[in-house]
Design a protein around this ligand. Structure first.
Ligand SMILES: *[C@@H]1O[C@H](CO)[C@@H](O)[C@H](O)[C@H]1NC(C)=O
Ligand SMILES: *[C@@H]1O[C@H](CO)[C@@H](O)[C@H](O)[C@H]1NC(C)=O
Ligand SMILES: *[C@@H]1O[C@H](CO)[C@@H](O)[C@H](O)[C@H]1NC(C)=O
Ligand SMILES: *[C@@H]1O[C@H](CO)[C@@H](O)[C@H](O)[C@H]1NC(C)=O
Ligand SMILES: *[C@@H]1O[C@H](CO)[C@@H](O)[C@H](O)[C@H]1NC(C)=O
Ligand SMILES: *[C@@H]1O[C@H](CO)[C@@H](O)[C@H](O)[C@H]1NC(C)=O
Ligand SMILES: *[C@@H]1O[C@H](CO)[C@@H](O)[C@H](O)[C@H]1NC(C)=O
Ligand SMILES: *[C@@H]1O[C@H](CO)[C@@H](O)[C@H](O)[C@H]1NC(C)=O
Length: 493
């Protein structure tokens, strides 16, 4: 039986002496009970840090993660976001500015008190500017550790699919960015261990718009004006006023507004900074400054942003995400003998080109009604910390199943999001709520939007994703070559 990422995270947390902060440290069941009575998921900060905070497994529907009885995985495709990381340079510098302003505005001398007492000792969590936007490397949520552990866990789960015949290499596909490449390498080292150097072949896929559909990051140049809700999102929530007033009350001279708490587009905020501090340090004194109610509002504003700007609320996103879904559909229909067995792809999560469009193209998770913007949806069908936290991933399994009392011998498909099985829409009549490949193919083909026409891809650019079939076996990029050059792009905050 293989240990889940969360169990390992808890074990590492215990070893590291990590103690959760006072607000949500309510685990009264330190001993083994046959059925957990605490159900603390909702009280975990990690379920409210949106896309900025450490990885956590998706809350499951209770469907077993292992293949159902009579089934074996014969092909697997994974699309994974980079691991926990430092903030990007622009965001990180702005965070430092805000904190410096805070120190400057404080009047009346004396020490910081109350919830801000830690500021008497606190230091910014990025020790050198050179670390900006790289994977984090210490504490229980270290991005590099998390990526390696994920690879090792998938070796246990999918190691039987590794074709070890002489000369064979397994390509690993990587969107061209340092932190994504580093994530892929650590995952590869975890999966292949002693054989990584010679058995894996890191394939770096350019992020250039000229790649057309042959990309992990396809662009969309459409005439659609985008989503008007996205354009109008204010990000305001009354909980942010409450937090600002409380903090201002603690220290004379502070003039925080809700914007400092949450931040407007592109601006940093204390909540966002705290999520990054968790990635980097494994704990954050800032996390204690805010109540869980305030974190819930933070998470929800992030959900709205992804839903309306990068997810199902925008048809262009569905067309963009369809490129990967269409390609994996072809892989599964060709089958493991013809196409190969292991397709690990690595990606970032930036505006327009992230993994949420892929999920939107598939219609998972299913959202019946658009998210309300005037209040928080309880329950919330589109929680981004459950969908695409740092290290988030979609795993598509092709299952070869024997006949059971309920389903014939056939090939089936199962979608796994952050280690929780998510049934594909209405099609769940296979073993373990899977969908037969025939029905999956029919349903997906009917729902896919055409990327080339929707996004006006010029005829001079590739019209299909080709790299899954035309990859390099070179090991040249398995390790970093030369000096790391900081990425100069924007948007992944
Ligand atoms: C399917 O049935 C065959 C023949 O009985 C058996 O060898 C195989 O192990 C079964 N596959 C699974 C995944 O149980
Ligand atoms: C500091 O004071 C300035 C001037 O009043 C204000 O604009 C700014 O928002 C304040 N910042 C903080 C962090 O208190
Ligand atoms: C994997 O590495 C081990 C240890 O070096 C070696 O004995 C084995 O032949 C390697 N397997 C492949 C397929 O390269
Ligand atoms: C890579 O190796 C595979 C066999 O593992 C082979 O089919 C393919 O042609 C090779 N690709 C290149 C570019 O050499
Ligand atoms: C937008 O629409 C106009 C008129 O239909 C068309 O001529 C133009 O090529 C389109 N531009 C893009 C980027 O699709
Ligand atoms: C904001 O929404 C209104 C309708 O509620 C719409 O008229 C307007 O164009 C939207 N703003 C943007 C920038 O899309
Ligand atoms: C596939 O779809 C057909 C028609 O909708 C249905 O009769 C059949 O049960 C489905 N089979 C599977 C395995 O989903
Ligand atoms: C999916 O890819 C195939 C080629 O592999 C292509 O013929 C088809 O048009 C594509 N469908 C969409 C919706 O892009």
């Amino acid at each position: 039986m293989i240990l889940s990422v969360s169990v390992l995270a808890v074990m590492i947390g215990v070893v590291a002496g990590y103690s959760p902060n006072r607000l949500w440290s309510t685990n009264r069941y330190p001993y083994n009970v046959p059925y957990d009575q605490s159900f603390q998921e909702g009280y975990s900060l990690l379920k409210h840090t949106g896309s900025y905070g450490p990885y956590s497994n998706r809350a499951s529907y209770g469907i077993g993660r292992d293949p159902p009885a009579g089934c074996a995985v014969d092909q697997v495709m994974m699309l994974r976001r980079h691991g926990e990381r430092f903030p990007q340079a622009s965001a990180g510098k702005a965070m430092m500015d805000v904190v410096q302003q805070m120190y400057k505005n404080k009047t009346g001398g004396g020490a910081w008190t109350d919830d801000l007492e830690f500021l008497n000792r606190w230091q910014f969590f990025v020790p050198e500017q050179g670390y900006f936007e790289l994977e984090s490397f210490m504490g229980p949520y270290a991005g590099l550790l998390e990526s390696y552990r994920h690879g090792a866990e998938y070796r246990t789960r999918y190691g039987h699919l590794w074709d070890q015949s002489p000369g064979k290499r397994v390509p690993i596909f990587v969107a061209d960015m340092e932190r994504v490449t580093q994530t892929a390498r650590k995952f590869g080292e975890g999966f292949f261990a002693w054989n990584y150097t010679t058995s894996a072949a890191i394939n770096i896929i350019s992020e250039s718009g000229k790649m057309g559909a042959n990309s992990l990051t396809p662009r969309c140049q459409s005439n659609s004006t985008g989503n008007s809700v996205c354009a109008n999102l204010t990000n305001y929530h009354p909980q942010f006023d409450i937090a600002a007033a409380r903090l201002n009350g603690m220290s004379p001279g502070l003039k925080l507004s809700w914007i400092d708490i949450f931040a407007l587009m592109g601006k940093p905020s204390y909540l966002k900074m705290s999520a990054f501090e968790l990635n980097v340090r494994g704990y954050s004194d800032w996390a204690n400054v805010f109540t869980l109610d305030e974190w819930v509002a933070f998470g929800y504003q992030n959900d709205l942003d992804f839903y309306y700007c990068n997810g199902p609320g925008n048809a262009d996103n569905k067309a963009v995400g369809g490129v990967y879904i269409n390609a994996t559909l072809t892989l599964m229909n060709q089958g493991p003998e013809k196409a190969g067995t292991l397709f690990f792809s690595f990606h970032k999560s930036s505006h327009d080109t992230n993994i949420t469009p892929v999920l939107a193209a598939l219609g998972i998770p299913y959202v019946e009604k658009d998210l309300p913007t005037d209040r928080i949806a309880f329950p919330n069908p589109y929680t981004i910390s459950d969908i695409m936290p740092m290290g988030g991933h979609l795993t598509i399994e092709r299952l070869a199943c024997n006949a059971t009392a309920a389903a014939p011998k056939d090939t089936y498909v199962r979608l796994v999001l952050n280690e929780a099985v998510v049934p594909f829409g209405a099609c769940q009549d296979g073993p373990g709520y899977s969908c037969s490949l025939g029905n999956y193919t029919r349903l997906v083909q009917a729902m896919l939007l055409d990327y080339v026409s929707t996004c006006n891809v010029p005829a001079s650019q590739p019209q299909y994703l080709k790299f899954f079939w035309e990859y390099s076996n070179s090991t040249d990029w398995n390790y970093q070559r030369g000096e790391y050059i900081p990425w100069q792009g924007s948007s992944d905050v």
